[in-house]
Write a protein that binds this ligand. Structure first.
Ligand code: HEC
Ligand code: HEC
Length: 209
């Protein structure tokens, strides 16, 4: 059942996105040219809903919630996927479908939406330990307990754990380039705390709802 649920939710959000696309297309005809740009950006952003969820709040654990991230970060990330600088399973192919200008417009749509934390289970003891580790190793850059989306990074608090885990694996294996200073901290963390330390951090981020 656990396996099936995300798929069902994904199908639901696909259906929703198709309905909204249809509405948006109908609306556009009635709009004055001055409003067309905004409508076009919304329509472009609707393509993302199938995976990132309606309004950018993802229901599938391997896909990150992107609502509320800064427009700067979304733009940079999409451009890096497009150029291949950041490796990805699917985003590279998707990002190639948009011009840099369209990417900027789509980023602005999602930046205006509200981040909603994923509902996930977490081990309370591990989360307690994770809170301390976050303060020591990560808070300097991922401020407000990882719940603040800065110009240069996404959310950790309330983000889907499977996505964060996959991302950390990409970082540590070198598939995705880690910022130099983060690399130092992660190395220190892994040396002192090992996999349990990383698990504790993941539990802490999942516990913030
Ligand atoms: C087919 C599913 C799918 C679609 C459609 C899709 N995404 Fe993604 N997105 C993913 C997955 C999966 C990841 C994780 C990276 C990867 O493996 O590709 C991701 C990652 C991202 C990230 C990185 C988030 C972070 O925390 O760094 C951003 C930003 C993003 N997508 C934006 C978009 C936008 C904007 C669109 C629409 C133009 C879109 N995505 C369409 C599946 C999708
Ligand atoms: C010196 C600053 C710095 C420190 C310390 C730091 N990070 Fe980061 N982190 C960043 C930046 C900048 C990015 C965005 C990198 C990019 O997109 O290329 C990032 C990205 C991430 C991401 C990917 C988020 C996403 O949405 O894809 C994860 C996960 C992450 N950091 C976890 C951690 C953890 C866990 C720690 C503590 C062990 C940590 N970071 C410490 C600066 C830092």
């Amino acid at each position: 059942m656990k396996e099936i649920l995300p798929k069902m939710l994904l199908l639901t959000s696909l259906a929703l996105s198709m309905t909204t696309t249809a509405f948006a297309a109908g609306d556009e005809k009635k709009k004055t040219p001055a409003l067309m740009d905004g409508a076009k950006a919304e329509m472009l952003a609707n393509t993302c809903a199938g995976c990132h969820g309606f309004d950018g709040v993802s229901q599938g654990p391997a896909t990150p919630t992107i609502a509320g991230m800064s427009a700067e970060y979304i733009t940079e990330v999409l451009k890096a996927y497009k150029s291949g600088d950041t490796s990805s399973t699917i985003m590279g192919r998707i990002a190639k479908g948009y011009t840099d200008d369209e990417i900027k417009q789509i980023a602005e749509v999602f930046a205006k939406k509200k981040f909603v934390a994923a509902k996930q289970d977490s081990d309370a003891d591990a989360a307690k330990k994770g809170k301390k580790l976050h303060k020591k190793y990560c808070e300097k850059c991922h401020s407000e307990s990882g719940s603040e989306a800065g110009d240069d990074s996404g959310f950790l608090a309330g983000q889907w754990t499977p996505y964060l885990q996959a991302t950390m694996t990409d970082f540590t294996s070198g598939k995705r380039e880690m910022p130099k200073k983060m690399k130092k901290k992660v190395k220190k963390l892994m040396k002192k705390e090992g996999d349990d330390g990383m698990k504790a951090l993941m539990a802490y981020y999942a516990s913030q709802q």
